[in-house]
Design a protein around this ligand. Structure first.
Ligand code: SF4
Length: 488
């Protein structure tokens, strides 16, 4: 052991990002973080840590790909940048860990404040926003996933443990402190398993009627993180995960909206994303660019109503239609394109020359569907029946014509134009870059917390760190290079 003099200011000479984070956070309004802190006259207690310090430590840690509170606490003891941020102080990992998840609303406001700073520095224009979703692993192993039967068995055991701890003999154990800890652990486990059972019931209720157990729908819940859901990853097998939604402004690649959800389909997150951007920045994006997962007629119409121009890749319909008809036994030569439409009589003629007449149109969001049907008397005796409508013995062959809403037609034409192609190309660069950065650089491949509310908070920390890093790269660092540190 040795004593030596440390010039704290010189600790970050080689690591200016720590200083940049401190400066940025120091210039923001942290009242919402400060308001829960108070002292009670006459009662002892250690002084609270300054929120500026804890925020800066977390942002700096995430920017280095460190997301474990224990690891940060360890590094505060020897790593110069952490020592500078804490003023050579020591922070308990519990303090760090609690701070990360306890200030969801204050953090949300801080995220908006940072966006205001970036917007004032012309790094956000909202001319074009790319929206994308990425699956991030939950903090729960494969073995924690249980069927209803197993969850109930676990719950029974957990309740037995709790009941045993409540017996008078338990209070007379030689180590009462340990017994208390054990009781708390058993109670927490019981609550978690009961929560898993309620989540399982929620999943079952959300299933479509006539659900088939052999399909790929979730058939249980995790007892480690009951709110996590089984999701398919693009380059990995299905796993317990959350679906993180990220909106990125194309001007400088700044994240202008972030959220996490338990639901897999992406299309239902597009309208909430536009609303979130408007709430944070006071205006809507001019253009929104998305991939096929968000392209639905409902979204096209909703964004049109909001005055947002949408670009989105459509699912290749032709291949799907062919596959669907093939499953029903319809062969080539009897697909809808092989039926001839007569506009004067508003009827179709089948390849055998029989008439298909229109039925009452059905209105659906963004389209009108008209079914044209042949008479069963014609089809019953037709020699081509096995190729045209083999499985149907009650009704004549029908085809459905969809009349698109003009807004949807305009959306398709826009996306197919040169501008649309360029926007979609730019989307994959901008949106995928952010996803890769969050996972690779910030280490957010797997969440460190459990439960949707905490997951949303951790995703927010990561997005905030990413934005601060972009601000350092695009604004703070060029300014520092222009004005050397010694004279700054
Ligand atoms: S089955 Fe009916 S619709 Fe199909 S070709 Fe024969 S008559 Fe026409």
């Amino acid at each position: 052991m040795c004593w030596h003099v440390v010039d704290v200011e010189r600790l970050v000479e080689d690591d200016p990002p720590a200083r940049a984070v401190w400066e940025l956070i120091g210039g923001l309004d942290l009242t919402r973080f400060l308001s829960p802190i108070g002292s009670i006259n006459g009662q002892a207690g250690r002084p609270a840590f300054d929120p500026q310090l804890l925020i800066s430590v977390w942002l700096y840690a995430y920017s280095r790909g460190i997301s474990s509170a224990r690891e940060i606490a360890r590094r505060c003891e020897y790593e110069p940048a952490f020592q500078w941020l804490t003023g050579l102080g020591v922070i308990n990992h519990h303090t760090l860990s609690d701070f990360r998840i306890e200030h969801r609303e204050a953090l949300d406001e801080l995220f908006t404040q940072v966006l205001a700073v970036l917007s004032a520095e012309s790094l956000i224009t909202l001319e074009r926003v790319m929206h994308d979703g990425t699956k991030i692993y939950a903090n729960a192993g494969k073995s924690s996933f249980c069927t209803k039967k197993r969850i109930e068995a676990h719950l029974k055991i957990a309740r037995e443990h709790v009941a045993r701890m409540e017996q008078p003999e338990a209070a007379e154990l030689p180590e009462p402190r340990r017994a208390k800890v054990r009781e708390r652990v058993h109670r927490e486990r019981e609550q978690r398993v009961a929560h898993a059972l309620s989540e399982y019931e929620k999943i079952e209720r959300a299933k479509r009627p006539g659900y088939n157990r052999t399909s790929k729908q979730q058939t249980g819940a995790s007892i480690s993180d009951p709110e996590a859901r089984i999701m398919r990853h693009s380059s990995a097998p299905c796993a317990l995960s959350y679906n993180v939604q990220v909106s990125t402004d194309a001007a400088a690649g700044i994240v202008v909206g972030i959220d996490a959800s338990q639901t897999v389909p992406d299309y239902e997150h597009l309208v909430p994303a536009v609303k979130q951007i408007e709430e944070r920045l006071g205006k809507r994006p001019r253009q929104m660019v998305v991939d096929a997962g968000y392209t639905s007629r409902e979204n096209v119409l909703a964004l049109h109503q909001y005055g947002v121009t949408m670009f989105g890749r459509s699912v290749q319909a032709d291949g799907r239609v062919r596959q669907r008809f093939a499953r029903c036994g319809v062969t080539d030569g009897f697909l809808p394109d092989d039926f001839h439409f007569d506009s004067r009589s508003d009827t179709f003629l089948c390849p055998e020359g029989k008439v298909l007449r229109p039925r009452v149109p059905t209105e659906r969001p963004g389209r009108t569907m008209i079914r044209y049907q042949a008479s069963i008397t014609d089809c019953k005796v037709c020699a081509q029946r096995t190729k045209c409508c083999s499985g149907n013995t009650r009704y004549g062959r029908s085809i459905v014509v969809t009349k698109e809403n003009p807004v949807v037609t305009a959306f398709r034409a826009r996306t197919a134009s040169a501008e649309g192609e360029a926007a979609l190309k730019q989307r994959s660069v901008v949106a995928e870059f952010v996803n890769a950065w969050l996972k690779e650089k910030l280490g957010l491949r797997r969440f460190h917390v459990r439960g949707l509310a905490k997951i949303r908070t951790e995703a927010m920390w990561a997005a905030l760190t990413y934005n601060v890093q972009q601000w350092i790269r695009l604004r703070w660092r060029p300014l520092r290079l222009a004005i050397p540190l010694a004279t700054a």
